[in-house]
Design a protein around this ligand. Structure first.
Ligand SMILES: NC(=O)c1ccc[n+]([C@@H]2O[C@H](COP(=O)([O-])OP(=O)(O)OC[C@H]3O[C@@H](n4cnc5c(N)ncnc54)[C@H](O)[C@@H]3O)[C@@H](O)[C@H]2O)c1
Ligand SMILES: [Fe+2]
Length: 381
């Protein structure tokens, strides 16, 4: 089968890039924007960095902010209703993965109303129409949802998060402006950055990886490991490196898939509301250790991209250990915990079965059984 690559039509990168929104909205002849953002971003005046530009240019919009982190089916359904009432003809998503994913789901359902129950969008849904045009402006440097064909929604009733994979949801324009990310507190910068590293490493080692996505992932690993500590200290170089690194990771993983660090993170997010990046970061080194025998020489390149010296002189066992240690060190340096107290022995069966059924699991380089997944969850107890 041929390898497929989906990317944005246009993307802008660098400080001040948000100014381009007005030109793009005018060039496309859009009339009114439905701006999706979340309550904290409104409170901290992050959303207004973009709406000020719309105001300055006389562009009409309406803000929708009923979106919680790990967005739910209800957030999407209320959003669909609000979009219908608004008379808008395009979406501007301003936020992290939660705002961007909610926008994607709203845009897909407006264009494909037969999926209004939301649940039927899980996996690869047979939508017929591209979603309402989306301009995506990430405010975290992590999910890369602005350039992925995925979105993740939480089913509160069934205690699960489900992944939807659909090229029809690709934002037509992505605006990656590191200044939109500079207000992130340290902990959020660290966790979202580790989500990006998990994308790059799982995308590099996933079953469907190939030359072009390897190129994206290795560059992303290099940029993220060089920039994350600086970003946590809010340096300009750190923010810029993370903005670009997470996007490049998205160019890769969106087209080839991930692995069980993500399956397990989705489950932890659904059951304990664990922030996605924290869950990914806790699982990543554990999953790397579990997967190592199925990764050929890839961990040597991961170690090299993370700045480990003399990797060519190392044995396979040594460079695999070095790659895992480099990930653990970065995670510890930016303050990510290694244990999740909330997990109890009696939850393990549900957690493992749920992670096993997750859309990211089949991409893992090593096939993990429910029993294997239980053992892996046990390591963060
Ligand atoms: N679509 C994809 O490909 C993809 C990939 C990975 C994860 N996800 C999903 O994305 C969601 C997580 O997204 P996220 O990690 O970006 O976080 P988020 O969108 O859930 O935001 C987390 C919190 O950070 C705040 N915040 C965001 N940007 C800020 C800023 N610049 N300054 C201050 N506060 C800010 C938000 O207000 C919110 O309270 C999860 O649901 C996850 O499953 C999607
Ligand atoms: Fe992720």
């Amino acid at each position: 089968m041929a390898n497929r690559i989906n990317l944005n039509q246009t993307s802008y990168h660098g400080a001040g890039a948000i100014e381009e929104i007005a030109n793009e909205a005018k060039a496309h002849g859009f009339n009114k924007a439905f701006v999706c953002s979340d309550p904290d971003l409104i409170k901290f005046h992050v959303t207004s960095k973009v709406t000020d530009i719309l105001d300055k240019n006389g562009l009409e919009y309406e803000v929708y902010s009923d979106i919680k982190p790990n967005p739910t089916i209800e957030n999407v359904q209320h959003g669909v209703q609000a979009f219908k009432n608004s008379g808008a003809d395009y979406l501007i998503a301003i936020g992290g993965g939660s705002s961007m994913d909610t926008s994607k789901a709203i845009g897909i359902i407006i264009a494909n109303p037969e999926f209004e129950d939301v649940r039927s969008l899980e996996g690869v849904a047979p939508t017929k129409n591209p979603c309402v045009p989306i301009i995506a402006v990430p405010t975290t440097a992590g999910t890369a949802a602005e350039v992925t064909i995925n979105y993740v929604i939480t089913d509160v009733e069934r205690k699960r998060k489900f992944v939807c994979v659909d090229p029809h949801d690709m934002p037509i324009i992505a605006i990656i402006d590191p200044e939109m990310m500079s207000s992130m507190p340290k902990g959020l910068t660290a966790s979202t950055g580790m989500d990006a590293l998990t994308h790059a490493i799982e995308g590099y080692t996933t079953k469907a990886a190939w030359e072009m996505t390897d190129m994206f992932h290795l560059k992303a690993i290099e940029l993220i490991s060089k920039s994350l500590r600086g970003a946590v200290d809010n340096t300009k170089e750190g923010r810029e490196g993370m903005a670009l690194g997470q996007y490049i990771a998205g160019m890769g993983f969106s087209n080839v898939g991930l692995g069980i660090a993500h399956s397990m993170a989705h489950t932890l997010g659904a059951v304990y509301d664990t922030p996605h990046g924290v869950a990914c970061a806790m699982m990543l080194p554990i999953v790397m250790e579990y997967n190592q025998e199925c990764t050929g020489e890839k961990y040597r390149e991961i170690a090299r991209a993370m700045g480990v010296q003399s990797v060519d002189a190392m044995s396979q066992e040594e460079y695999r250990k070095a790659a895992i240690e480099a990930v653990k060190k970065l995670s510890a340096d930016v303050g990510i915990p290694t244990k999740l107290d909330a997990i109890k022995e009696e939850n393990l069966q549900f957690l493992a079965e749920s992670a096993h059924a997750d859309a990211c699991a089949p991409g893992n380089p090593k096939d993990a059984s429910v029993e294997d997944l239980k053992e892996l969850f046990r390591k963060i107890m």
